[in-house]
Design a protein around this ligand. Structure first.
Ligand SMILES: [Ca+2]
Length: 519
């Protein structure tokens, strides 16, 4: 009898051990969002920008050269990424609409993790402004308050501001409240808002203050403290940490400003609008002109150099804060079971096309920074040219964590690209941007962009009738990577445009891996 009992006990013990083996612990997720960071820093080959900590993530992960956001401005791109759907589904084309208006029951990316047993916490800029989503978090989202400027004269200048969204996107001061006028008129187009010129403080500043004087330093400290706390929990965590630099104003403690020699900062070579593009394709950037001392018209070269200096310094400042969070992850020995993802919410134009902003369908604005590090990945430290979209981040993280994919998703997990960074993937990425009016009295327009491996096609259609085309842009990245000349009407290109239009009409469903022919 004793022998039989011992035998049964052994069987049970083996069975339990097997069960434990077959359900490995789920990975933690460190989800880092960076505001207005374009894919230009160390990991992207721009060694003149000091970003040792972003580069650490790249060294332990994969760097995506062809990652594209779905609409190049804060709330639309974030709403799209975090719901895994595109702007025409979220109906968030502006800075005041919440995605829950159109998608009341959508399960967001952090919410999916919460619903599957994760402890989910968010801090800093994750959703835009005050458009938070309480359902996404296990505990309320929060951000430490901090001053924007450190120098007294700049604080005074900034106190003149009124009636402008705090994000600096030149939108109304709704601050999360919905503007009835805006809702009735359709999407808000940031650059078309009445100009509120020069009402903020300066566009850049360097001051002798500690890192935690500004918001990003405080958010890093909160993230470090939170990691210590949540690492003691039984359940895995999803920690979302949002940094607001290098968004305007380009401000950082002076030690980061001093990393750069202004004489070595190169200015954009293409200080002109794309030749042959419609006037509305690229706007000069009302956002920058909200800041004190920014003149109308082209930005003079000496000011351009100072602005770029400020942007680079702000990247280095943000990078140092990312480093504090990574250090704590290492100190707590969590890295071996934590996926780290870092993304910039869209690109930016630092003088390219004579513009200083995002808000367009151009490569400068839609091509985004994306780094993804998965413990034990075999291709750590490499780059990929496979085309991915921000809507793909949701299914990718869910698949990596072994979570079920909701049906509403409009992206595709790019986990196979992690295993084979050279593989052929999506045949195109799609972005969009609204404009107020076309040249032919067509009323409100939506520009829908399609980026294939070689071309960028942008089709500007009437908002209420997509069969009405106001203008087409076409750029050949093999010959014109800066998108300086629209060749849609160039002699001999009719057939190419028609061919690309066929692919464009198939949209994102037609560009999934293995579906469409490459162009
Ligand atoms: Ca942004």
């Amino acid at each position: 009898m004793k022998t039989l009992l011992r035998f049964l006990f052994c069987l049970t013990a083996v069975g339990l051990a097997r069960a434990a083996d077959s359900t490995p612990s789920r990975p933690n997720i460190l989800f880092i969002a960076v505001d207005d960071l374009r894919p230009e820093f160390g990991a992207y080959g721009a060694s003149y920008i000091k970003s040792p900590n972003l580069d650490r993530i790249a060294k332990a992960g994969l760097t995506f050269n062809r990652s594209y956001c779905q609409q190049a401005v804060c709330s639309p791109t974030r709403s799209s990424l975090l719901t895994g759907t595109r702007p025409d589904t979220t109906k968030v084309w502006d800075l005041v609409t919440h995605f829950r208006d159109a998608l009341p029951d959508v399960v967001t990316l952090p919410q999916l993790f919460k619903n599957n047993g994760y402890f989910v916490q968010g801090m800093g800029k994750i959703y835009h402004g005050s458009l938070d989503d309480p359902q996404s978090w296990s505990v309320p989202w929060g951000t430490p308050k901090a001053d924007t400027y450190a120098l007294p004269e700049n604080i005074k200048l900034n106190e003149r501001r009124y009636g402008v969204d705090p994000d600096g996107d030149n939108a109304p001061a709704a601050k999360g409240k919905k503007s009835k006028a805006t809702k009735a008129a359709g999407p808000t187009v940031p650059d078309s808002m009445p100009a509120a010129k020069n009402i903020r403080g300066p566009a850049f500043e360097a001051s002798e203050v500690p890192d935690n004087f500004f918001q990003d330093g405080k958010v890093a400290e909160l993230a470090v403290a939170t990691l210590q706390d949540i690492s003691k929990k039984k359940e895995p965590f999803f920690l979302a940490v949002g940094f607001v630099k290098p968004h305007l104003p380009f401000i950082s403690p002076k030690k980061y400003w001093d990393l750069y020699d202004p004489a070595k900062i190169e200015l954009a070579p293409n200080k002109y609008r794309p030749i042959g593009a419609p006037d509305y394709a690229i706007l000069p950037g009302g956002e920058l002109r909200n800041y004190f001392g920014i003149p109308e018209g082209s930005v003079p070269d000496d000011l351009a150099r100072q602005l770029k200096h400020g942007y680079y310094a702000a990247i280095s400042y943000m990078d140092a804060q990312v480093g504090k969070v990574l250090d704590e992850l290492d100190r707590l020995d969590l890295r071996k079971n934590t996926i780290v993802i870092l993304w910039g919410d869209h690109g930016w134009k630092l003088g390219e096309h004579d513009a200083w902003c995002k808000h367009s369908n151009s490569e400068n604005d839609t091509n985004t920074a994306l780094l993804l590090s998965v413990p034990g990945m075999k291709n750590a430290g490499t780059k990929t040219n496979s085309i991915v979209e921000f809507v793909d981040i949701y299914p990718t993280l869910a698949e990596l964590a072994g979570l079920p994919l909701p049906k509403h998703l409009e992206g595709v997990s790019f986990k196979p690209v992690l295993d084979d960074p050279k593989r052929t993937w999506k045949s195109a990425a799609f972005s969009q941007y609204p404009r107020n009016a076309g040249k032919s009295g067509m009323g409100q327009l939506m520009g829908y962009a399609m980026r294939t491996e070689r071309y960028r096609l942008v089709v500007w259609v009437a908002r209420d009738d997509h069969s009405k085309i106001d203008a087409i842009e076409l750029y050949d990245h093999n010959l014109d990577p800066q998108e300086n000349t629209n060749i849609a009407k160039a002699p001999g290109n009719n057939e190419l445009v028609e061919k690309l239009l066929v692919q464009w009409r198939k949209g994102w469903q037609g560009a999934k891996p293995g579906v469409a022919a490459k162009l």
